[in-house]
Design a protein around this ligand. Structure first.
Ligand code: UD1
Length: 362
């Protein structure tokens, strides 16, 4: 089979890496990078270390308001798909690149497979939630990481083409996370293993809102351990725009660094005493490694981590963040929630089966 895979933002490079491997072992893949993330620290570094092949098409779309960014991707992807004969288009996660890929393919009558289907935060103010819902409803194959995702789809009347495959981020963690020694990663920022919290902040609700970002920064500066913070370019810009960069610089407990690559980030996570994040994927990665997480949001797609007691949702209130960090603990149990780290092979099997069946029917 011949598959066009569409990726464009940092988390998609991680999710695609194991699937690319499994797919290319037996099939042909055309890789398209939309260019949604373009800073070398947000893109190139991931291709190098995760062994992702050079994209066959780089659309160079870059930043922009949602409509502009998604629309530019949609137009460029349609041109690519018209020029590349393929059996299926594969999209990942919940970014604008995901939605553009699904929509471009669906409108051309090309089957769409969505990896990480069925996730819901039930917060329609998040651009990612709109992307998830619309992508799922445009997809022919819905590759779900958890039973909850399957249930979410069923509640929306989506039951055809739904498959529980496990989580490809666990595959990535299994394949690529142990290349950097945790203590060495921590030492690069002058920190000791277990002696700091790791933080990430990039979502619109946290990083575009002056009050929310200010509150998060003050909370980071008030904790019992230093906070190591690899700062997303969007957040870096907003810190400066809101005049919060001076607060960060003046806080002895905040160690801000540039974004790091995947293996380095996983090593820092494993070396940390806990994670503070508004990221989706990082909540789960913390769970994979048994690191407690405080989520700087009011909702999550990864509800299982909260139910298992490893994650707590606190929003962006300074006081609540500080309290949650003070109460952080590691439960005795860490049940298997996301499969066994072989979701990529399951994804490829589902695609093969689907194309076999459609050929037989056709
Ligand atoms: C995007 C995804 C989000 C994902 C996240 C991972 C959407 C709606 N959001 O959010 O689901 O979790 O990626 O990081 O698709 N920027 C740079 N350099 C870059 C990339 C972005 O400076 O390499 C700046 C852009 O100028 C832009 C801002 O960051 O203004 C937002 O970028 P965008 O790609 O829209 O969303 P993210 O916040 O990265």
């Amino acid at each position: 089979m011949r598959v066009v895979s569409v990726i464009g933002a940092r988390p998609q490079f991680v999710k695609a890496a194991p699937v690319c491997r499994a797919l290319r072992a037996q099939h042909e893949e055309v890789l398209v990078h939309t260019g949604q993330h373009y800073d070398p620290s947000m893109s190139d570094v991931f291709f190098d270390e995760l062994g992702l092949p050079t994209p066959d098409h780089h659309l160079g779309v870059g930043s922009g308001r949602h409509g502009h960014q998604t629309g530019a991707m949609l137009a460029a992807l349609e041109d690519v798909l018209l020029g590349e004969s393929c059996d299926l288009v594969l999209v990942y996660g919940d970014t604008n690149s995901t939605l553009a890929g699904a929509l471009a393919a669906a409108k051309l009558g090309i089957p769409v497979a969505h990896v990480e289907a069925g996730l819901r935060s039930f917060d329609r103010t998040m651009p990612e939630e709109i992307n998830r819902v619309l992508t799922d409803h445009a997809s022919d194959l819905l590759l779900c990481p958890t039973p909850r995702a399957v249930d979410n789809l069923s509640a929306e009347g989506v039951t055809r083409g739904v498959h529980l495959v496990g989580d490809v981020m666990l595959d990535a963690a299994r394949l690529f996370s142990e290349r950097v020694v945790p203590a060495e990663a921590a030492a690069r920022s002058g920190l000791a293993e277990g002696g700091f919290y790791l933080a990430t902040v990039h979502r619109a609700a946290t990083s575009d809102d002056e009050e929310a970002l200010g509150s998060v920064v003050r909370a980071f500066g008030s904790l019992d351990r230093p906070v190591l913070w690899p700062v997303h370019p969007r957040t870096r810009r907003n810190l400066a725009a809101f005049g919060l960069d001076a607060t960060v610089a003046a806080a002895p407990g905040i160690v801000d660094i540039e974004p790091v690559g995947y293996s380095e980030m996983m090593a820092l996570l494993r070396a940390s005493a806990g994670l503070l994040t508004d990221s989706g994927g990082m909540q789960k990665e913390a769970y994979f490694f048994g690191v407690p997480c405080v989520t700087l949001r009011d909702s999550t797609e990864w509800v299982e981590t909260v139910e298992a007691g490893w994650n707590v949702l606190v929003g962006t209130d300074e006081q609540r963040i500080a309290e949650a960090v003070a109460e952080m603990s590691t439960p005795d149990e860490r049940p298997v929630l996301y499969g066994e780290g072989h979701a990529a092979e399951a994804v490829v099997r589902v695609l093969e089966q689907y194309l076999d069946e459609t050929k037989r029917v056709g």
